[in-house]
Design a protein around this ligand. Structure first.
Ligand code: UD1
Length: 417
């Protein structure tokens, strides 16, 4: 078990480099098995989620060579084996092996995926997509068996613009016969990054980034070189930290457009922020205007930033609200923030924050990845020392978070207990 100790109330200055996007990487690593020759992926973050996926690739027989920030995968040696729970439960994104193995071998056997407990998180839309392409799905003792004699392009309408379902259907459809159209597709930048990767391998996908994605099936995909986009959620998290304790804090290797929902909100609240071509510089303010946010699919306010952002509301003079519309259980950080002195009430999917209030260090528990990030943000502004337990969740998604924060002046330590 690991924990993090943070002594709060210190300004942070210097530069923080943003790593490759977790949510692109966790789809692109499984997608690499669709290629017949070697794939080189640059900017894969060193986080436990990508480690877990590389382990699954190796278990399936791929050769995975990892250097700093890049991974070379030889998928030609892959065998189509059952992926047991000890691999699939480690993370949500193990479900991308369903689409990738189905696309490649027309058959998959995999245990249920794991991941953060932020809601029911069903995968009915992924399965509906596979069925539309001609697959039959059976469930046996917590294991999915997905089989197709042949995959045929189809018109698929997603009832919810799900990121996971859009990507998984793309993975299954790129080698199918004929044309697939995904309507009400998710539009997140990670979808575009995955589609670009598949196209670099020879797929024919158009429309990624819009609500209609069109895929013309091809016979074969070949290896390629691909670069992962910067992580917009990591960038957003450090931007929020900058708004609270930044002293000319520069955050670079970002695509500013990808975090516009956050930066526009911050500007509306009175933040001191300068946005450049691939960086931003942010200074703290002691007080912000209260605000209301509602999480939405891209380009709306991202649900993944809602938790870290909530800490900023302690600096707003007045009442602010957050409405979570994507995941029904993404408020588990609130009781922990209350322990640290925030004044919050919650009713169903809406939380109300009463500011301003000062935070005090305490012992708190990270219940999921972004809840953990929120607690780090809170600890950085709290008086005294905060101990965060269950930080394995945080290490799943933020590359080098301890070193990055230390380098800009934070008093932060990772400890084994
Ligand atoms: C991905 C991201 C996660 C982010 C989320 C929303 C990855 C690995 N994770 O998660 O960080 O918070 O997008 O931007 O990329 N749903 C269904 N049926 C389905 C699929 C989804 O009802 O078959 C529901 C979910 O329960 C949720 C909503 O649709 O309420 C959106 O989920 P989805 O976009 O699929 O999120 P994930 O891909 O799990």
């Amino acid at each position: 078990m690991k924990m993090i100790n943070i002594e709060g109330n210190h300004d942070l200055s210097g530069t923080i480099k943003i790593s490759g996007a977790k949510n692109s990487s966790v789809a692109i690593l499984p997608a690499s098995i669709l290629a017949s020759t070697d794939v080189t992926i640059c900017n894969i973050p060193e986080i436990t989620d990508t480690d877990a996926l590389c382990e699954i690739l190796e278990y399936l027989g791929a050769d995975v060579r990892r250097a700093s920030e890049s991974v070379v995968i030889t998928p030609s040696t892959i065998e189509n084996k059952f992926i047991p729970e000890k691999y699939s439960k480690k993370l949500r994104a193990s479900y991308y092996f369903m689409g990738a193995l189905l696309g490649k071998f027309k058959h998959v056997e995999i245990s249920l995926p794991g991941g953060c407990s932020i809601g029911a998180r069903p995968i009915n839309l992924h399965l509906k997509g596979f069925e539309s392409l001609g697959a039959k799905i059976t469930m046996e003792e917590e294991k999915y068996i997905v089989h197709a004699e042949e995959l045929k392009g189809a018109n698929i309408y997603l009832d919810i613009a799900s990121v996971g379902a859009t990507i998984n259907i793309m993975l299954a459809a790129v080698l199918a016969k004929g044309k697939t159209i995904i309507d009400n597709a998710a539009k997140e930048p990670e979808i575009v990054n995955v589609a670009t990767f598949l196209n670099n391998m020879g797929a024919k996908i158009t429309g990624a980034g819009t609500s209609q994605i069109r895929i013309m099936g091809v016979e074969e995909l070949k290896g390629c070189f691909h670069e992962i986009i910067p992580d917009r959620i990591e960038a957003g998290t450090y931007t929020i930290i900058g708004a609270l304790v930044g002293n000319n804090l520069k955050i670079y290797n970002i695509i500013p457009e990808h975090i516009e929902a956050l930066t526009s909100k911050l500007q509306e609240m009175g933040a001191d922020i300068e946005i450049g071509s691939d960086y931003l510089i942010i200074n703290k303010k002691e007080e912000y205007l209260p605000t209301n946010i509602k999480t939405l699919v891209y380009p709306g306010f991202p649900t993944d930033l809602q938790q870290p952002f909530s800490v900023l509301l302690s600096r707003c003079n007045g009442i602010s609200t957050i409405e979570e519309t994507i995941f029904e259980n993404r408020f588990m950080h609130l009781p922990e923030l209350k322990k640290m002195g925030m004044k919050i009430t919650k009713e169903k999917t809406k939380a109300t924050f009463f500011g301003k209030c000062n935070l005090k260090g305490n012992e708190v528990v990270a219940t999921d990845l972004r809840a953990g990030a929120a607690l780090i943000v809170a600890a950085l502004i709290a008086e005294g020392t905060t101990t965060i337990k269950n930080v394995e969740h945080i290490l799943r998604g933020y590359e080098g978070i301890i070193e990055k924060l230390k380098d800009v002046g934070a008093k932060i330590e990772l400890k084994e207990i």
